[in-house]
Design a protein around this ligand. Structure first.
Ligand code: SF4
Ligand SMILES: [Zn+2]
Length: 338
């Protein structure tokens, strides 16, 4: 398996991109969010940068974001062009999320002056600015200038994925153990910023039932360190170890029923943390899905529960495919196809 990981990592690494590829972000869109208990639109932009250094070294088993990178660092001028492009689409949404396909706080991806330029661009227009990073880059040195330049609430998101070191380091293949994510979240909060943790539902090599248990245990372990915990069910991205397994019928994306169960059980142990899930590619064959008939309704209920922080509505959902999900959870450990 290590050679599979190395091969897929090498295959997904792009060659250095020409200047015209660096003038626009990867993408930007609007999505529903919640801010201070109020539903608001969020503006999301993904800057095109050199991408995640860890993806170059080893890479996580489910992550195909390297395809959205430049294969080289973006210059401050190129990043300024991307910011200006995004600002032309921006309609004063109060919640702004700026991602790279890696870490916003890694100087190799976004240099310090460009980070301040991003924060300044939304100063006085957005109430909250979210950026995502690996834990090693979440320091006072990188965060304080962003906080000063933005002036509003800064939220720092990190892909904790699992509080279980074996799951995180061996199955997800992350480079830092859970304790480093917890320490980084503590640093973020000690600076007066918000910490958000992503939890991965169904990394490879876990059964459906083990994956749900892992998320629920992770919610319990992380609830006092993060303000928000977001359950991210795996979707199959190109050029990943998960895709390699999927193509050989050794991996099925999680059921939406598993998201529902993780939210229901996670809500009971979340303490004061917000618990949300906004599945990517929900209802699609390569994303978290049920039977196809109930998927839209289940996805709507998951979104409503996440935005309103009320999880009892999930109990009212039902479809005959729930029985298949139950059977699969029970029989999968025996190696029986349900
Ligand atoms: S999941 Fe995050 S840390 Fe892992 S390779 Fe992708 S961008 Fe890097
Ligand atoms: Zn169904």
């Amino acid at each position: 398996m290590p050679s599979v990981a190395r091969d897929v990592a090498a295959a997904r690494r792009p060659s250095p991109a020409p200047p015209e590829a660096a003038r626009q972000p990867v993408n930007c869109w609007r999505e529903p969010e919640s801010l201070g208990g109020e539903r608001v639109p969020a503006f999301v932009v993904i800057l095109r940068t050199r991408g995640c250094y860890w993806a170059d070294l080893k890479g996580c088993s489910m992550c195909g974001y390297a395809k959205d990178t430049l294969g080289r660092s973006a210059s401050p001028h190129e990043l300024r062009q991307q910011i200006d492009w995004a600002l032309r689409q921006y309609r004063n949404e109060p919640y702004v999320k700026v991602y790279t396909s890696g870490s916003f706080l890694d100087d190799r991806e976004v240099d310090p002056s460009s980070r301040e330029a991003v924060a300044t661009a939304f100063r006085g227009r957005a109430r909250r600015l979210l950026v995502e990073t690996l834990p090693e880059f979440a320091t006072a040195e990188t965060l304080a200038p962003v906080r000063e330049a933005f002036g509003g609430e800064v939220e720092v998101a990190m892909g904790l994925e699992s509080a279980d070191p074996t799951v995180l380091l061996q199955f997800v293949n992350k480079g830092s153990p859970p304790d480093e994510y917890f320490a980084a979240a503590d640093r973020v909060r000690s600076l007066g910023l918000r910490a958000k943790g992503y939890l991965l539902l169904k990394p490879p090599y876990l059964t459906e039932a083990e994956a749900i248990d892992d998320v629920v245990r992770s919610v319990r372990a992380a609830r006092d360190r993060f303000d928000t915990l977001s359950i991210n069910p795996v979707h199959i991205q190109n050029g990943t170890v998960v895709e390699w397994l999927y193509r050989r019928r050794r991996y099925r994306p999680p059921w939406l029923w598993s998201v529902v169960e993780a939210l229901r059980r996670g809500a009971e142990v979340r303490g004061t943390a917000r618990l949300v899930s906004f599945p990517t590619a929900g209802g699609l064959p390569r994303g978290p899905h049920n039977c196809g008939r109930c998927d839209p309704e289940v996805l709507r209920a998951i979104e409503t529960a996440s935005l309103d922080q009320r999880f009892d509505g999930l109990d009212a959902l039902s479809c005959p495919c729930q029985e298949v999900h139950r059977a699969r959870k029970a029989l999968e450990p025996l190696g029986v196809e349900a």
